[in-house]
Design a protein. Structure first.
Length: 318
């Protein structure tokens, strides 16, 4: 039995122990990355394929032949044609809750940097402005405190709960949004009401047809002009052009974004444009602490082991 890992370098920088994963199968083909056009040839004859972001479309899955399991090295499975997998009798499994601490830490870090303005102050120190200042401190850019602010959480799964826990430790009030268009369950508020009340909105829901551009021009305008938006989920959940326009217009006070709808982003991406105020953009690495990446490989081993034992776990598509 043979396994193929199509994009190992998207998880492992050479600093991880992959012995548990290697031990699952007698033979592995390890590829640092795989261009889309090379996928059919690389998975031909393999029973198990692991991919993080490499697209596995109908053509690729149909070319697999012996393929029995696709193990996605992430929680999101939008890189896999699930309908084609079902038709081909291929089981698709993902990994879950392996990077909660890393993502929650990153979301809070983006929020605190926006509240305190530290990235902008760092630049002013490096530019020599502090050295030339007439006083001992620079504090003319607003510095806000988290305590007493309201955090609105969109997507209250394990990640949303982890961020909420850290926010409560900072003295913040947590507002949990119900799914858009649904009556609120106990402990939750209507989606639009959370947008209106929150001082910080943090996004932790998966990307789907229901959540694509969930936060567009109207939703951004519903937020307070002093509010911040944090997105460590998926780029497509936010209308990126609308966000760029909203920041330029001062309709919201700032945004911290770790994911974009196209990655790596092309040079003309709306959020890469110059002169967008109060935007912190990180390169989709909220999840990528070493412990989280190691947990990803170890959980992939557990997923494959459970499948081979006839008791698959984390099944997304039977």
């Amino acid at each position: 039995m043979r396994g193929v890992f199509l994009d190992l370098a998207s998880v492992d920088n050479g600093d991880l122990d992959r012995s548990s994963l290697a031990a699952c199968l007698p033979r592995w083909d390890w590829h640092a990355g795989t261009p889309a056009e090379e996928v059919p040839a690389r998975i031909l004859g393999a029973e198990i394929v692991v991919a993080n972001k490499v697209p596995l479309d109908r053509r690729a899955l149909g070319a697999g032949g012996a393929l029995r399991l696709v193990a996605v090295a992430a929680t999101g499975t939008n890189n896999v044609d699930l309908a084609a997998a079902r038709e081909s009798g291929v089981t698709v499994c993902n990994i879950r809750d392996y990077c909660n601490e890393a993502v929650a830490q990153h979301a809070i870090t983006l929020m605190l940097n926006l509240l305190t303005g530290q990235p902008w102050y760092w630049n002013r120190v490096r530019s020599g402005e502090w050295s030339a200042a007439p006083h001992f401190a620079l504090h003319d850019r607003p510095i806000r405190e988290a305590r007493g602010l309201a955090l609105g959480v969109i997507g209250y799964g394990s990640l949303g709960r982890a961020v909420a826990g850290k926010a409560r430790a900072l003295g913040m009030q947590v507002l949990v949004a119900e799914r858009k268009g649904r009556p609120p369950r106990p402990g939750r508020l209507p989606f639009t009401e959370v947008l209106r009340q929150a001082d910080v909105v943090t996004v932790h829901c998966p990307l789907s047809d229901a959540t694509r551009k969930l936060l567009g021009r109207d939703q951004l305008r519903a937020m307070k002009p002093t509010a911040l938006l944090i997105n460590t989920a998926r780029g497509g959940i936010v209308d990126e052009q609308a966000l760029a326009d909203s920041l330029r217009a001062g309709e919201i006070a700032g945004a911290g974004v770790d994911t974009l709808s196209e990655e790596p982003p092309p040079p003309g991406h709306p959020l890469l444009a110059a002169h967008i105020p109060n935007l912190l953009l990180t390169p989709h690495n909220a999840w990528a602490s070493r412990p989280a990446r190691q947990a990803a490989l170890d959980q992939l081993a557990a997923v494959i082991g459970a499948f081979l034992a006839g008791a698959p776990i984390n099944v997304v598509s039977p």
